[in-house]
Design a protein. Sequence first.
Lengths: 232, 293, 132
Amino acid sequence: MDEGKMTRIFIMGKAYDVPAGITIMDAMEYAGYRFVRGAGCRSGFCGACGTVYRKEGEYRLEFALACQEMVEEGMHLTQLPFTPAPRAAYHLDDLDPRENVLLQHYPEIARCVSCNTCTKACPQDLEVMDYVQAALRGDIARVAELSFDCIQCGLCSMRCPADIKHYHMAQMARRLHGLSASREPEHLTTRLREIAAGTYEAQLDALVAASVVELKAQYAAREIETESEEGS
Amino acid sequence: MNAIPYFPGCSLKDSAKPFERSALFVMERLGLPLRELDRWNCCGTVFSLTEDDLMHHIASVRNLIRVQETGATELVTLCAMCYNTLARVARRLDREKEALAKINAFMDEEQDYKGGVKVEHLLGVLQRRIGWEALAEATSNPLDGLHVACYYGCTLLRPKDVSVDDSERPKVMEDAFEAVGASVVRFPFATECCGTYQVVDRPEISLERSARVLRSAARSGADVIATACPLCQHNLERASDILKRSGESPPLRIAYFTELLAAALGADPDALRNQPQPEATMHVTAKGGAEHG
Amino acid sequence: MSRAKSLPVENLRDRVEELSGEHVFACYQCGMCSAGCPLTEEMDRLPSQVVRDLQLDDPTLLESNAMWVCASCLACEVRCPKGVDLAKLMEALRQIVLRRALDNLSVDGMTREEIRRLPQIALVASLRKKTG
């Protein structure tokens, strides 16, 4: 934060002078707003703080996460804390990924006109239009690959002229892909087998039976991995 | 290698796989393989007909830009609806510079479409680039005794400025079949609409229209009716199933014209049709670049 | 309540001409379009009657089913001796309704089974023609 330097921004049309060099979310809280909705992890990962803004003198709207984007002089902003996008109900086990199940559950993806507005709205720089087109073709693997970093902020759906629910559809694709096509994680399978065989019962019983004092002693005496100089 | 950029369209990767497989086989045999366009998107399927609507051309323009990015100036399609849509968009933007400028301004994340891409249907390529003599020479398994009714539907022929042949009395598909030894059967419903997209919410319309086409072809003595559009194929197959169930059964096979040509060029058509679908027919790498699966 | 009451029926002919770029008074009612149209049996007005109603600026035209039954097959367009593009007139009528957010087709009512059996091309085309 730049000590002492202030910058003027406009939150939902009202002007505020906030410290320069802080995030939109911090700036809004500095201005006195209290987040009851539209804030979550504050780390750019949960998609709660979708923000639409415009820079002074420009007509284009831009899109960001409030917890990640820094304020700029003359920024005009508002938040979109919720997207009323319906999610299809399904049981993964009932679905055959070789069929066009994405289209079956989200038929409105056939309304995609390839305008690319969704891609331009994505704060994660994903190729959103490309994955909608892949979904239209039934290429679930491609949808899963392109949408991997989606944080479900909903900005794409809010901007889409065809009212497509990109992120719900993509989540379905990732689930299907994980279930049907991804390699089975052997370590998980092994661990589940061990648990079922009771390998960890004795340890868990001991922990449950221990007193708070004993637990604290065990915690204090635990082995700590040495961190490397550069981090992991 | 001599190859021609090819636009599949959504259906050819899903409900109409036999169309693509047989066409790829045919063009490989004829020495002009089809090379799938990289990072293509749905063309829109229909050409938007209002003067002020440019938004609904964007899907097609994006594909024309993809062609431009490869340095090519032509694009071939199999699906008649894709042909019609892409060809009409290309023509409109070649004629209307202002519309082109507006679209380019909107699509600011793409390079400008400069115009000039020529969209062709495979029938046109067969006629003009391959020629019927070459097709006849490549025929190892002439379709002797097979009576083929060539069903054009609408989008191959109308409007006239994108028609692959005469809009009222086309013969390009018949010429292809005669080159491979088949007997062609002319029938009056060859250019009548199958009912097209009405199958979605007014299926009785498509059933009625398609039934008429089938009956007409059957009455004219056809063994098989050849199609060039995944939606025509779907509507005719659907009508045929329904007619069979109600006891009326025109004894007609319904096949894509390329399936029959592939058979004439030595393919086992059932093997082609039943070929297991590869994991993905097109792998698009992260930054473009495509390879066939 | 008739849907047309909430529809923009004022100056319908002018708006259709503007959207389509066509001149409805070029039509001299020969009937070639209706003769060639494959879907007249399903329509409550013939294509040539639609043009006549446009010439007369008939406000009930937007209640007709003709433009929704139309399959854009363009048989009318290639045959009109005066070069009137009737397909564009039909599209203009559809768009006038659709641009009021009055869709003629809803995906909400479609079952998974229905969608599963349709080729995508049909769904994309019908949504483009019947939703806004």
